[in-house]
Design a protein around this ligand. Structure first.
Ligand code: KG4
Length: 350
């Protein structure tokens, strides 16, 4: 089965054709990063206007490079949340129009489900029977969560960030250090050769005695990155100069270490507490080298296999949306007729 997927939840305009949920026949992406860079973050109005302009061409490109046509695809999949409302609506309207016009099924996909599915979309990825229950670490620009998946489409959130997402923490740090946008790649590059022990930045929620815990998740499986960002800001303000050279490298390396350590330590705790057959990491921040190294070391230590998504599918893309949609069709869980987008969509069981 060949599915045309569309993704427009934030600042990537994307379309892809995927066969049987795993084989990526095409993966066309127009990244709007350059348009948003002058503002240091995504501007919703600019994002949605660019989706309007770019989506038709990106769909054509995805079909052409897959060697498919509107007639030869079997279904249309689209991200319907979470994300920016005005951006989601562009992909949704296009997908709905195509589905009606072509008389093909329309499947709505949760963006986070797409990220979680992306780890299966590479050659040699294990079969489902071998991976569940699975512990998923989802780390993107907008979310950081630890999810226990007992099977495909079964989600139990074990912990999440109570403030900023990991990607957001990196983006904000890069802004504080005047390194540009997006922060993850530029912090990683700046950190090269730096001493990650130079500054001990906080890991968030380390101090269990402080403050009343009001969230429904276990505190030690949750993340907090806002204190880390404030700590960097204070550190930089206390310097009487703008950091550069080795000093800048050390700051970036120490900050990156704090983010990766905070993430990996929660994964380690969850692996101790829940019996799983595998664990995974997906989303834009899963591209991070230090995080990958820490998780790989954890896999070697515990003997639990680690699934990482291929670099081309870590940041936002439509292949993961088409892939996740196939799973829904395969398991007969396509849900109710898709009527609208949901910017605050949560992960729930199918
Ligand atoms: O998954 P994604 O494309 O967006 C959302 O779905 O939200 O992730 C974007 C995030 C950004 O915050 C970006 O700074 C981060 O992924 N990122 C990285 C790296 N490359 C992108 N973070 C750490 N290291 C990287 N190499």
């Amino acid at each position: 089965m060949k599915i045309l997927g569309l993704e427009s939840s934030c600042d990537e305009t994307a379309a892809a054709v995927v066969e049987d949920g795993r084989k990526v026949l095409s993966n066309a992406i127009y990244s709007q990063i350059a348009k948003h860079r002058p503002y240091g973050g995504v501007v919703p109005e600019i994002a949605s206007r660019n989706h309007v302009v770019k989506l038709p061409g990106i769909i054509e490109e995805a079909l052409k490079s897959a060697g498919e046509t509107y007639d030869s695809i079997d279904a249309i999949a689209v991200t319907y949340g979470p994300g920016l409302a005005s951006s989601l609506l562009i992909g949704y309207s296009a997908a709905k129009t195509l589905a009606l016009r072509l008389n093909k099924p329309l499947i709505g996909v949760n963006h986070h489900e797409g990220h979680l599915h992306s780890v299966f979309m590479k050659e040699g990825a294990p079969e489902e029977g071998d991976v569940f229950p699975l512990l998923g670490l989802l780390v993107s620009g907008g979310d950081s969560s630890l999810i226990l998946m007992k099977g495909p489409g079964q989600y139990e959130i074990l912990g999440r960030t109570i403030d900023d997402a990991a990607g957001e923490a990196l983006d904000k740090a890069a802004a504080i250090l005047n390194l540009g946008y997006p922060g993850g790649p530029v912090i990683q590059k700046t950190a090269e050769g730096g001493n990650s022990d130079a500054i001990r930045f906080p890991r968030g929620l380390d101090n269990v005695d402080r403050g009343k815990w009001i969230y429904k998740y276990d505190r030690d499986l949750c993340f907090s990155f806002s204190g880390l960002k404030t700590s960097l800001l204070t550190h930089v303000k206390n310097l009487d100069h703008e950091p550069e050279g080795d000093e800048l490298r050390d700051i970036a390396a120490s900050y990156q270490e704090a983010v990766a350590d905070a993430l990996a330590s929660r994964v380690e705790r969850a692996l101790e507490r829940f019996e799983v057959k595998s664990f995974s990491c997906a989303g834009g921040v899963s591209l991070n080298k230090v995080l990958r190294e820490k998780l790989t070391a954890l896999s070697e230590k515990t003997g639990i296999p680690l699934l990482l998504c291929p670099p081309s599918l870590c940041t936002d893309n439509a292949a993961m949306i088409a892939g996740a949609a196939y799973e829904k069709i395969r398991l007969g869980k396509t849900g109710e007729k898709l009527q609208d987008v949901n910017p605050n969509l949560r992960l729930t069981d199918w």
